[in-house]
Design a protein around this ligand. Structure first.
Ligand code: ZN
Ligand code: ZN
Length: 370
């Protein structure tokens, strides 16, 4: 039976609870579309927001959650890109809404996160802890929303956004994954997505580095193949990673997915000839973002050794399109293994879902709105 009212869950304050609110189902105006939420998956940033808040969220109570798949329920006048019944996936970073903006507008570069007024779903823009949402025309026309083939699994579509962020990092520099040696530091959700993408993109070898043996083993068993090896992050980690790179002397790509200073200290020790370092995980704590200094020889290391230090923030249409094609073409067949049976929740269990996502053994928690 179709819903007759909409349901939103408001997080009252950092550290607080989710309170449901019912209301009429909104109608899309010209250029707008009405979405019905199908799945939301929980990002580690949602865990942080629920526990301690985020300066970017200025208004409380707040509607959080940004990893979402939804069905288009109705389209406003003039919308041709979508039709009722379409399954869509959404990104988190979105245009600022100013259609004349040089980053986000109709003639813009699409580098939304470079815009001084950048906004994100579940931050400045309301998230998807709600059964229905109307997207404004600029979101529909310019924003990160893509349609999946009919019958596509909404569990997979809701993971578009974390996959897009991973793929932005893996493709900002060309030719560093296919037929190359890839090192992933940390064995959390971001590295597990990167591992699956690297396999799909034809990496020659993938070396997964993690402190804890239990998590490392789980990811190797569930997502590994004969091209994937695990290395424990202990005192001998640098020598053992280099040994695994043979017959090469060094990895071609190092993705730093452990949000800690030690992760960066390790990552720079792994750089050799031609290595690309993707500084994927930022480090921040109660004291803000610490300075993590590194001396770089621009002539010997950068020019002559072709080392590259790079990073991406969030995702643009580039990453969204890549994630969409890997998903839609069935190139990520192990995705369901990210979510164990005890990592699925109902919408009235958002707090339980977030608490489960904070467990050290959790990879991807999904909230099912159907
Ligand atoms: Zn996310
Ligand atoms: Zn802008």
């Amino acid at each position: 039976m179709p819903a007759t009212e909409s349901l939103s869950y408001f997080l009252d304050r950092p550290g607080g609870a989710f309170t449901p609110a019912r209301g009429p189902i909104p109608l899309p105006g010209p250029g707008e579309i009405l979405l019905r939420t199908r799945r939301t998956s929980v990002c580690q940033s949602d865990v942080v927001i629920q526990r301690v808040g985020l300066p970017r969220i200025r208004e409380w109570p707040a509607v959080i959650l940004h990893e979402v798949s939804a069905t288009v329920e109705a389209v406003g006048e003039g919308v041709t890109k979508f039709a009722p019944g379409d399954l869509v996936g959404l990104g988190c970073d979105i245009p600022c809404g100013d259609r004349t903006c040089i980053y986000c507008g109709d003639e813009g570069t699409g580098d939304w996160t470079s815009c001084p007024n950048t906004q994100a779903t579940g931050h400045e823009f309301p998230g998807f802890a709600r059964s229905h949402a109307v997207l404004p025309d600029w979101f529909v026309d310019l924003g990160p929303i893509v349609k999946f083939p009919s019958g596509f699994n909404p569990d997979h579509a809701c993971q578009l956004e974390p996959l897009a962020c991973t793929l932005e990092g893996m493709t900002r520099v060309n030719n560093c994954i296919e037929n190359r040696v890839v090192v992933l530091i940390g064995a959390g959700a971001q590295s597990t997505y990167a591992l699956q993408c690297a396999r799909a993109m034809g990496a020659r070898k993938i070396i997964l580095v993690n402190r804890g043996a239990a998590r490392l083993d789980r990811v190797l068993i569930d997502f590994g193949d004969d091209r994937v090896v695990g290395v424990r992050w202990d005192d001998a980690v640098v020598e053992r990673v280099f040994a695994e790179c043979r017959p090469f002397n060094e990895p071609h790509f190092v993705m730093m997915n452990a949000p800690c200073r030690e992760g960066y200290e390790l990552s720079v020790k792994l750089l050799g000839y031609g290595t690309v370092l993707d500084a994927h995980a930022g480090v921040k704590g109660a004291g803000g973002k610490p300075r993590i200094a590194q001396e770089v020889d621009l002539n010997n290391d950068i020019h002559y050794k072709l080392q590259c230090y790079q990073a991406t923030h969030g995702s643009s249409m580039h990453g969204i399109r890549l994630a969409h094609s890997l998903l839609a073409e069935g190139k990520l067949p192990l995705l369901d293994r990210m979510t164990r049976p005890d990592e699925r929740f109902r919408p009235d269990q958002i707090l339980e879902a977030i608490n489960r996502a904070a467990d050290p053994d959790s990879l991807k928690v999904i909230i099912d709105w159907d």
